[in-house]
Design a protein around this ligand. Sequence first.
Ligand code: UTP
Length: 291
Amino acid sequence: MAQRVRKAVFPVAGLGTRFLPATKATAKEMLTIVDRPLIQYAVEECLAAGIEEFVFVTGRNKGAIEDHFDHAYELEATLVQRGKKAELKQTEDATIKPGNAIFTRQQKPLGLGHAVWCARHWIGDEPFAVLLPDELMIGSPTCTAQLVATHEKTAGSVVAVVEVPREQTKSYGIAAIRAEKDGLAEITGLVEKPDPAEAPSTLALIGRYVLLPEVFDHLDKHEAGAGGEIQLTDALAKMIGGKPFHAMRYAGGRYDCGNRLGFLEANLAVALGRADTAGETRALLDRLLKG
Ligand code: UTP
C-alpha cells in the first residue's frame, strides 16, 4: 500500500544565470507571474495535492522567499486600519501554516541532486514530492496532484514528462520507457542532458517528481554527472529495476520561467486565462500588435 505524500521539497538554491541581471540580487523564484511570485504557484500546486509540509532548499540572496510566506505584520496592520479586506486576504493567503515550512541552505550550488539531498533529514523515510518552481504548471488537477494520485496506485516513484523537440534533449533529463498505457509507462532508462543523436527518446523530465526515500541512498554518494553537477537524474537512474518507477505524461500548461521568453509567455498565458485580467490583457495585446 502506498504511503501518503505529505511533504514537498523546493530546490531553490540555483544561481539563475539564464535570467541575469534580474537574478543578480533577487531569487528567480520571486519573479512574478501577473501578481504572484513563482514560488507561490508551486506552494499552491502542492496544497491542491494535499501536501502541506514544505522544505525549501535555499541559498544566498533567497531570503525574500522566507519573508514572503511569513506574516507581513506592518503591512497587514495598515491594511486592517484602512479596511482593505481583499488586499489583506491576498497577503494572508500567501502565508504558510506555523511550523509547516523548513528553510535549509545548500551552501554551494553543487547541482539539483545535491540540493534535494540537503532536504534528507526533513523528509526521513517517506515518499515526497519535488517541484522546481521555475517550471510553472497550470492545470486542473495540478501536475503534482496527478503525480500523487499515480503514486497512490503504484506505490512507487513517478516523474512527469512531456515530449520535446529532439534538438532540445540537451537541456533535460530524458527517459526511456516501456509498456505505456493511458499516459503511464515504466521507466527503463534515464539520462541527463543527452546529445540529440544519443537521446534514448524525446520524453523530458519537467521538474515535477514524487520520489521514494531510497533516492537518498544514491544521492549520499555525491557522484558528479553532466556539467560537473550532482544530478538528480543520475540518482533516479540507479533506482530503475528496484521498486515501481513510472513516467507520467503531463498534458496541462507548462512554462519554463527560467528563461526570458518562457517567463513572458507564462505571464501572458496566465493573464489571458484569468477572468479578472483576460479582457484587459487582450485589449493591451491588440494595441501593442497594431503598433
Ligand atoms: P536550473 O538548471 O534551472 O539552474 O536548476 P539555475 O541555477 O536555477 O538556473 P540557470 O540554469 O543558471 O539559469 C533547476 C532547479 O534546481 C535548483 C534551481 O534552483 C532550480 O529550481 N538548483 C540547481 C539548486 O537548488 N541547486 C543547484 O545547485 C542547482
